[in-house]
Design a binder for this molecule. Structure first.
Ligand SMILES: NC(=O)c1ccc[n+]([C@@H]2O[C@H](COP(=O)([O-])OP(=O)(O)OC[C@H]3O[C@@H](n4cnc5c(N)ncnc54)[C@H](OP(=O)(O)O)[C@@H]3O)[C@@H](O)[C@H]2O)c1
Length: 275
């Protein structure tokens, strides 16, 4: 039995789907099991109950784990007989680990370390920027052809959530990734301005990204898991990525046997969100 936290989320939903398709027993955790829709055969359970009985594998969504209490969750996992933990971490752990400038990296690295200390088998999946972050622009794109945001020329290599889900599922379904921390990217380095242009090409409109000061963008970013501290950290990261094309990781293809999906693929699948 593999227990998936954050199971309705961008990545968790794909982890659940891939594991279920491979015939694994899956328990999917959510705050609202009645409302959640999972593939046939998947058990839905309440995150707050931390239902780990019978689990041999645990997929950890970092932010959900912090909310639940990481120490308690990992202790329960050991007691329940979990043998392997696959954590959705972040490539920010690979950058400088100063809590002042990189709280996201520090927080994820702390959780990785806690996982390693359990003595259980582990895999840390370390993605960079998600393609799905582009949904933050959906309201602006529905309302007009200009997207306002900070650092138009900041580069990232957006990764499709299905590719992260496929890698995480692989980490449970084979022993190949035990003790590994693959860094994941999409297949191409794109600036924010490029991403908006690609969405425009896909939906057939001449969209453009117009840069605004970081302090103004910050106000729009705060909400959900994004605290003011996280927003500041992200803006610092974006500032450092201006005019710096990103190195593309070979890991998605090495692990899943297929090249990572492009940002245009992602935009085409999500076009209704922008129309
Ligand atoms: N976005 C990026 O570019 C990026 C890059 C690298 C790493 N990451 C990391 O990846 C993770 C985000 O993954 P994701 O996009 O798959 O997550 P997500 O979709 O934002 O959230 C996953 C699930 O968490 C649950 N949730 C939301 N708020 C909660 C709360 N306050 N307490 C408990 N559960 C809550 C929701 O499920 P229910 O409503 O069903 O409970 C949601 O579906 C974060 O740890 C982030 O640091 C993100």
């Amino acid at each position: 039995m593999i227990v998936v936290t954050g199971a309705t989320g961008n990545v968790g939903a794909h982890v659940v789907k891939e594991l279920a398709a491979a015939g694994a027993e899956v328990r999917a955790l959510t705050r609202d099991p009645e409302a959640a829709r999972f593939p046939d055969g998947v058990q839905a359970a309440r995150t707050d109950d931390l239902p780990l009985e019978g689990a041999t594998g645990l997929f950890l969504h970092a932010a959900v784990t912090w909310q639940a209490g990481a120490e308690k969750l990992l202790e329960r996992a050991k007691e329940a007989g979990v043998r392997r933990i696959v954590m959705l971490s972040s490539s920010s752990v690979l950058e400088n680990n100063d809590p002042q400038t990189n709280p996201i990296g520090v927080m994820h690295r702390e959780l990785e370390t806690q996982v390693e200390r359990t003595g259980l088998e582990w895999t840390h999946v370390r993605p960079g920027a998600f393609a799905v972050n582009a949904l933050q622009w959906a309201d602006q794109i529905k309302a007009g052809d200009v997207v306002y945001g900070a650092h138009a020329r900041a580069h990232m290599a957006p990764i499709h959530e299905a590719d992260m889900g496929a890698v995480a599922a692989r980490a449970f379904l084979s022993d190949d990734l035990v003790g590994q921390a693959p860094e994941l990217t999409g297949p191409e380095s794109l600036t924010f301005a490029d991403q908006v242009r690609v969405i425009g090409e896909v939906i057939g409109r001449p969209l453009r990204y117009e840069e605004i000061p970081a302090e103004v963008a910050r106000e729009k970013m705060v909400g959900g898991f994004v605290t003011p501290e996280i927003a500041d950290s992200l803006l610092r990261v974006f500032g450092a990525l201006v005019d710096r094309p990103q190195t593309i990781s070979p890991e998605v293809e090495r692990i899943t046997g297929r090249p990572p999906r492009t940002f245009a693929d992602w935009a085409a699948e999500n076009a209704p969100a922008f129309r």
